[in-house]
Write a protein that binds this ligand. Structure first.
Ligand code: ADP
Length: 234
C-alpha cells in the first residue's frame, strides 16, 4: 500500500487538491474529519478536553463549542499545546483506523490529507509527500476571501503555522498553486499520474493483496513440506 501525504498551509489549496483526488477515485483519509470525530460528545477525546478546559467550552446540547475552544487556544500557546497533546493520541489512532479500513478494502494507493503532517511527525509514514504551495500574497488573499476574515486575522492564522516554504523544502512533490484553477487541474493530472503509478515491491508487500500472497505462499510451502516429509517417512 502507498500512503501519499498531502499537506500545505492554510489557504494554499490543500482541500481543493484533496477534492480533486476524491473526484479521480483516489481514496482520501481526511485528518480534519478525524479530528472533528474525536471531539464528538461522549468520546474519549471529548472527556479529556472537558476535564481540562471545563464545561464552559460546551454548547447547550453538550457538544464542544468549537469556535469558543478555538478562541481560547488561539490566544494562549500553552493551552494550544495542551489541546494538541490531549487529542494527538485519539487523532493518530483514528487515522490508523481509517487507513486500516481502506487496507481491508484492498486500496493500493491512498492519500492522507493532513494539515499538520510535519508537525505531528506523520511524514515518516507517508511517501511521497505532496506540499501544496502558494506565494504569500496569494495565500493571504485567498484565505481572506474564503473565510471573510480581515487582513490581521488572516495574517495571524498564517503566522501561527509552520512556514510554508519550510514545508515545501521537505516535499517530494510540490504543487505550485499560485496560478488559476485550470493551471492547478493541469498540474494535478501530472501529480495524480505519478502517485498512482504501479506499486514498488515494498509497497505491494504492505498491501492487502501482498499480505494475502505472502499468507498463501506460506500455506503452500507448509503443505509442500508436509507432503515431502510424509513421502520420506513412507
Ligand atoms: P486549504 O485547504 O489549503 O486551507 P483551500 O483548498 O480551501 O485551502 O483553498 C483556499 C481558497 O482558495 C478556497 O476558497 C479555494 O476555492 C481557493 N482556491 C484554491 N485554489 C485556487 C486556484 N488555483 N485559483 C483560485 N482559487 C483557488
Amino acid at each position: 500500500m502507498r500512503i501519499v501525504g498531502l499537506t500545505g498551509g492554510i489557504g494554499s489549496g490543500k482541500s481543493t487538491v484533496s477534492n480533486l483526488f476524491k473526484s479521480h477515485g483516489v481514496p482520501v483519509v481526511d485528518a480534519d474529519v478525524v479530528a472533528r470525530d474525536v471531539l464528538k460528545k461522549g468520546t474519549g477525546g471529548w472527556k479529556e478536553v472537558v476535564t481540562a478546559f471545563g464545561e464552559q467550552i460546551l454548547q447547550d446540547d453538550g457538544e464542544v463549542d468549537r469556535p469558543k475552544l478555538g478562541q481560547i487556544v488561539f490566544s494562549d500557546p500553552s493551552k494550544r499545546q495542551l489541546l494538541n497533546r490531549l487529542l494527538a493520541p485519539y487523532i493518530s489512532s483514528g487515522i490508523i483506523k481509517e487507513i486500516l479500513k481502506l487496507w481491508l478494502k484492498g486500496s493500493k494507493v491512498i492519500v492522507l490529507d493532513i494539515p499538520l503532517l510535519f508537525e505531528v511527525k506523520m511524514d515518516r509514514w507517508t511517501k511521497p509527500i505532496i506540499v501544496v504551495w502558494v506565494d504569500p500574497e496569494t495565500q493571504l488573499r485567498r484565505l481572506m476571501a474564503r473565510d471573510g476574515s480581515n487582513e490581521e486575522d488572516a495574517r495571524n492564522r498564517i503566522e501561527a503555522q509552520m512556514p510554508l516554504d519550510l514545508k515545501r523544502s521537505q516535499a517530494d512533490i510540490v504543487i505550485d498553486n499560485t496560478g488559476s484553477m485550470d493551471d492547478l487541474n493541469e498540474r494535478f493530472k501530472e501529480v495524480c499520474k505519478e502517485v498512482t503509478r504501479p506499486l514498488t515491491w515494498k509497497e505491494f508487500a504492505l498491501s492487502r493483496q501482498g499480505a494475502l500472497l505472502a499468507f498463501f505462499s506460506v500455506v503452500v510451502g507448509v503443505v509442500a513440506l508436509n507432503k515431502a516429509s510424509n513421502g520420506n517417512v513412507s
